[in-house]
Ligand binder design. Structure first.
Ligand code: TYM
Length: 327
């Protein structure tokens, strides 16, 4: 079976972009693939946080992922810091990645420009830890949203360089980007991607939001004044975003959906309805999981054990090919 790996940061509630761009595709692929999904708490350290915050959010995120339909019996679901091999391979890959390559990463440019007081070195070397996450599992496919494409490409470059210097070591991974909603945009600023760090929350739909409020946010989404429903992300970003969201919720293509609408009102109403129908069962399952946090902790411990079974031999192969003194 194809080995699939992906990760998500425990930084705040997950939003509709995370769900449609990534998590739903993880859920859909389980069973047909050998999937490993990781809550990347070490990545979340790159932006300063209060003590304890990341740990708490890690548990919450695990509950959300399970509520979204990830089944820890069928996939490997674990926490990054529980498998030490990530940090170790991360260092080795940092030493095989150039300063110039990391300087070209758009996510670093974006995130560092938003940090006023303290830009950590970890924020700069972040993509090498992400490469370690992926390569540690002999990953073939990485299901992610469009914003992560550059990091997966860097991972391939680093793996190829390592293989040519030290002999065949890593499997070369490929990004798998969904056809609709690969980039869910902010509902109020549809030229920016939907993100937890947006200036106001009017354009972001959080999974835990009250559903009446969610529907209202969609009905108030920014569109344009020419009143023509057409799929054209460059010229009509607001309308195209709604078509992309509706397409991802209903499994239809945004272009095809556009033909069925003459006005923005019905498009907004249908999109709101589809999103609410998607979130409702997730929220009710989440309520049950929150009532028994020890069960989620137990599932994560089992996930880390399964993850180590794959990661330990891969890191041994890396150390052996590097020619370090055997342990
Ligand atoms: P993160 O935590 O920011 O996002 C998790 C997933 O959600 C996708 N996503 C979106 N998709 C569509 N529209 C949006 N507006 C949107 N916002 C986020 C992301 O593309 C991602 O798939 N660096 C990664 C985490 C990571 C990782 C990995 C991913 C660490 N190691 C190894 C894959 C493989 C990140 O910050 O994702």
């Amino acid at each position: 079976m194809t080995r699939v790996f992906s990760g998500i940061q425990p930084t705040g509630d997950i939003h509709l972009g995370n769900l449609l761009g990534a998590v739903r595709n993880w859920v859909d692929s389980q069973g047909a693939t050998d999937s490993v999904f990781c809550i990347v708490d070490l990545h979340a350290l790159t932006i300063p946080k209060d003590p304890g915050e990341i740990g708490e959010r890690t548990l919450e995120l695990a509950q959300v992922l399970i509520a979204c339909g990830l089944d820890p019996e069928r996939v490997t679901l674990f926490v990054q810091s529980h498998v030490h091999q990530h940090a170790e391979l991360g260092w080795i890959l940092q030493c095989n990645t150039s300063f110039g390559e990391l300087s070209r990463m758009t996510q670093f440019k974006d995130k560092s420009s938003r940090q006023r007081d303290f830009v950590s070195a970890g924020l700069f070397t972040y993509p090498t830890l992400q490469a370690a996450d992926i390569l540690l599992y002999d990953t073939e496919q990485v299901p992610v949203g469009e914003d992560q494409r550059q990091h997966v490409e860097l991972t391939r470059d680093v793996a190829e360089r390592f293989n040519s210097r030290f002999g065949e070591t890593f499997v070369l991974p490929e990004a798998v980007i969904p056809p609709a909603a690969a980039r869910v945009m902010d509902l109020q600023n549809p030229t920016d991607k939907m993100s937890k760090s947006a200036e106001t929350d009017a354009g972001t739909i959080l999974l835990g939001d009250d559903l009446a409020r969610t529907a209202k946010k969609i009905r108030r989404a920014m569109t344009d004044s020419d009143n023509e429903v057409r799929w054209d992300p460059a010229a009509k970003p607001g309308v195209s975003n709604l078509l992309g969201i509706l397409g991802a919720c209903t499994g239809r293509s945004p272009e095809e959906l556009a033909g069925g609408y003459e006005q923005y009102g019905p498009l907004k109403a249908d999109t709101a309805e589809a999103v609410v129908a998607l979130l409702e069962p997730i929220q009710s399952r989440l309520g049950e999981l929150r009532a028994d946090p020890a069960e989620t902790t137990r599932l994560l411990a089992g996930g880390a054990e399964k993850a180590r079974e794959i990661a330990v031999p891969v890191l041994d192969r890396v150390v052996c090919n590097l020619g370090l003194q055997p342990r």
